[in-house]
Ligand binder design. Structure first.
Ligand SMILES: Nc1ncnc2c1ncn2[C@@H]1O[C@H](COP(=O)(O)OP(=O)(O)OP(=O)(O)O)[C@@H](O)[C@H]1O
Ligand SMILES: [Mg+2]
Length: 227
């Protein structure tokens, strides 16, 4: 692993002004901002993928596991095979116990043999999350990973993901201020003018959703997004 933390410095003329997104190693950074402002673009830059946007600047990054905004499952592969896909693509044997554990962890036990077309949108999203968690990478990039989940699953699976990712360097794009207040060691808000930090509540993540300082941070963040 290189010494420098994953970082994007630069601008996309017409989209966002010069910004500097530096991820805190071993921590979860939550990135919020209006639709179309360029959050997925920053994630794709860190993943080393094409963006379709003209970006001028510099990207320092690490080997990354990316969960895109679109689940991107292979429709002809079962849930189990989609989750184990990374290992198979690298010509390695997937660890069946780990695959099973991750499928259970995202609440899909019993659905291993279904095809993506036989799942709900939220179930498909959870397969994509399990597939990303199966990758053993120092940098994990999650683009709206819980957006299709109901409130209860959002809490349970968000907490589970934060625990499983403990020690990794993680960037989570979200539109949900409650999620950022619970899961963000750092919270960054993106606007066309650039990036600004928003104070995260104290305490280790995942934080309790109903803790007073988490609720206060959620309210302050909501106010900021509405401004
Ligand atoms: N492949 C592409 N070709 C051309 N323009 C693109 C492409 N991908 C994204 N864009 C444009 O770049 C801008 C930023 O897109 P991006 O996907 O980064 O936004 P976002 O902040 O993730 O939004 P959302 O919250 O809706 O997911 C948008 O205006 C979008 O239309
Ligand atoms: Mg996006």
């Amino acid at each position: 692993m290189t010494a420098a933390a994953p970082r994007v410095r630069g601008e996309a003329p017409g989209l966002f002004a010069p910004l500097d997104l530096q991820l805190a190693p071993g921590r979860i950074t939550c990135l919020l901002g209006a639709s179309g402002v360029g959050k997925s673009t920053l994630l794709r830059l860190l993943a080393g993928l094409p963006t379709g946007v003209s970006f001028r600047g510099r990207v320092d990054t690490w080997p990354a596991a990316l969960m895109g905004q679109d689940p991107g499952l292979f429709p002809w592969l079962t849930v189990g095979r989609n989750v184990a896909l990374g290992a198979r693509l690298r010509g390695e044997r997937a660890d069946p116990a780990r695959t099973r554990h991750l499928i259970e962890a995202v609440g899909l036990a019993g659905l291993e043999d279904r095809l993506p077309g036989q799942l709900s949108g939220g179930q498909r999203q959870r397969v994509a999350l399990a597939r990303t968690l199966a990758e053993d990478r120092p940098l994990v990039l999650l683009d709206e990973p819980f957006s299709a989940l109901d409130a209860r699953l959002r809490l349970m699976i968000g907490d589970m993901a934060a625990r499983l990712l403990d020690g990794r360097t993680v960037l989570v794009v979200t539109h949900d201020p409650a999620e950022a207040a619970r899961l963000g060691d750092r919270i960054a808000v993106m606007t066309p003018a650039g990036l600004a930090d928003h104070p995260a509540p104290p305490g280790r993540v995942p934080r309790r959703h109903d803790a007073a300082d988490v609720l206060a941070a959620q309210a302050a963040l909501t106010g900021r997004l509405l401004a």
